[in-house]
Write a protein that binds this ligand. Sequence first.
Ligand code: GLY
Length: 570
Amino acid sequence: MRTFTRSFLALLFIIFSIFQTQAQGGRIPVSAKKGMVVSSHYLASEVGKEILAKGGTAMDASIATAFALSVTLPAAGNIGGGGFLVYYGGDGETTTFNFREKAPLAATREMYLDENGKVKDNSNHDGILAVGVPGTVAGLYKAHQKFGKLDWADLVQPAIEIAEKGFPVSPHIVGFSNWVLENSDEYKSTAKIFLKDKEAAFEVGDTLIQKDLAESLKRIRDHGADGFYKGKTASLIANYMKANNGIITKKDLEVYEAEEMQPIEGTYRGYDIIGMAPPSSGGVTIVEMLNILEAYDLTEMGHNSAESLHFITEAMRRAYADRAQFLGDLNFNPQVPLERLTSKEYAEDLRKGILAAKASKSDSTNFNKAHAAYESPETTHLSVVDSEGNAVSLTYTLEQSYGSKIVLEGAGFLLNNEMGDFNAIPGYTDSKGRIGTEPNQIEPEKRMLSSMSPTIVAKDGKPVIVIGSPGGRTIINTVLQVILNVVDHKMDIAKAIESPRFHHQWLPDTSYFEDWGFSPDTFKIYTEKGHEIETRETQGRAMGIFIDPVSGELEGAADSRSYDGKAVGY
Ligand code: GLY
C-alpha cells in the first residue's frame, strides 16, 4: 500500500470510529486558501482533500472523490452508472466529459412495450432491462489521461481501502438495507452485500465492508478503464446479463467510449456560464433561462418575492418546453438548434410572451403533449478547486436511489436503471407525465437525456462558482437558483445553497415549492397571477464552491439537505 493512503486511512478511521458522521451543512461556508472539495459524503471529501494536499490537480481529486463515493454513497456514487464533468482550468481552458450510459446494442425503440403499447411492468425502471451500459469508469479514466497529475492507481486506492475496512452505515443505507431484507429473495446478490446477515438489516453505526467491490476497484486501479470494460468485470457483467435475461454483452462494453465535448456557453450579467451539452439538458436549459431573466431586475424585486418567482417561473416554463421538444443525444440528433436556444435574440422573442400580471399556460398540444415523467432525486454532485485555480464540476448517477438495486454478482457494485430516462413510448403522452418526442427515443448506443447540470460560472477568464446538484428534472432549477442567489442577491455560497427553492418544468403546469421556506402572503400574490402551486419537503442537494475573484479565497458549502455531505478545504 502506498504510504500516503496508509497514513490517511489510519487517521480517518481514528476520527470516524469516534464520530459516526462528520457531515457538514448549513449557512456558514467553509473557508480555505488552497483547495476545496465538496461532496455528498464526508469520507469522500476527505479523500479528495488528501489528494489535493499531495499535489494532485482538481481533476485528480475529483476522480478520487468519485471512486470513494462509489463505496460510501452506494445510492448514487457509482462505477455502474454514468455522468458528466465540466472543467475550467486556471489557464482559462474549458472542456467537458460525457460518460452518460448508452442503450445496449440490442435495445429497440419499443423494447419496454406490451402488445397494447403500454410499458410492461415498469420494466424501463425496474429489473435487468433497465440497465444502461455504464460509463463512469471510462469517463474518469479519459479525464485523468488529459488532466491527471498523480498516478491513476493512487486515485483509486483510497476507495479500495474504505471498501475493505468498511465505514459507518448512515440512516440512508439503513433504509435501503431494510428494503433489501424485505426483497432478499428477488435481489439475492444485493442481499449478500447490503444485509448484516441473512436475517438482519444494518443499523446506524454498523460497519459496511464491501470486499467484492474492493476487488472490482483493484482491477480498475491496475488496468484503468480496461479493468472494467474488459477482463473479469466485463465477463461478470456479460454472464450475469445472460443468466438473467439481460441484453448487455461484452461487445457493448468493448464499444463504450466516453467523449470529450465542447461545453455549452452563455453569459449572465457579465459572468460566463459553462455547462454540459446534450445528452445533458442542463447547459442549454440553464443558459436559456438566464438569458430570459437577464432583462428583469431580480435584485430590485427581492429574493423569492412573488414578483421574482413569477418571472422565474415563466423562464422555467419556456426553457423546459424547449427541453422536451428539442433535446436528446447530439450524436443522434445533429439538428438540435443549440445556437438558437442559447441566444439572447431567442430569449428576447420568448420574453415578448411574458406578462407581468398574469401567468402563461403551458400548452402540451404544441409539443406532442409532453409532460413530466417521474425522475429520481438520487444522483450526486461534487465540486473541486485546486491551488492552481483549476475547477471541476462533476455529477453522476445510477438514476434512482441505488439504481436498479441489482448488485452485480461477484463484483459488488450496483447497476444503474438509467434506461428509464429515455422516452419509452414513442409519441405517447399521459396525465402522469411521459415525454414521447423523437430526440430522446431509444436507439442502440444512444445516450438517454439527462437533467444533470454540472456548471461553472466564471468572470474574466477565472472560475467563480462551481455548482451542481442531484434531483432529477429539478436539478436544472436548483442550479439556476443558486446562481441567481449569488449573482443577483449577493449571497455567499452557503446561503445561496441553503435558501428555499422551487421548481416548474412546463408540464405539469404546477410550481413545486419547498414547504418550509415561503410565506402565505407570497403564495397569495403568486397564485393570484394564475399559478398553481404544490409543496414538497425538499429539492436537491447542491454542492458548491465560490472563488473570490479578487483574493482567490475559497468558500465551500455542502447542502444541509444532504445526508452526509461535507465541504473540506485546505
Ligand atoms: N437520472 C437522472 C438524470 O440523469 O437526470
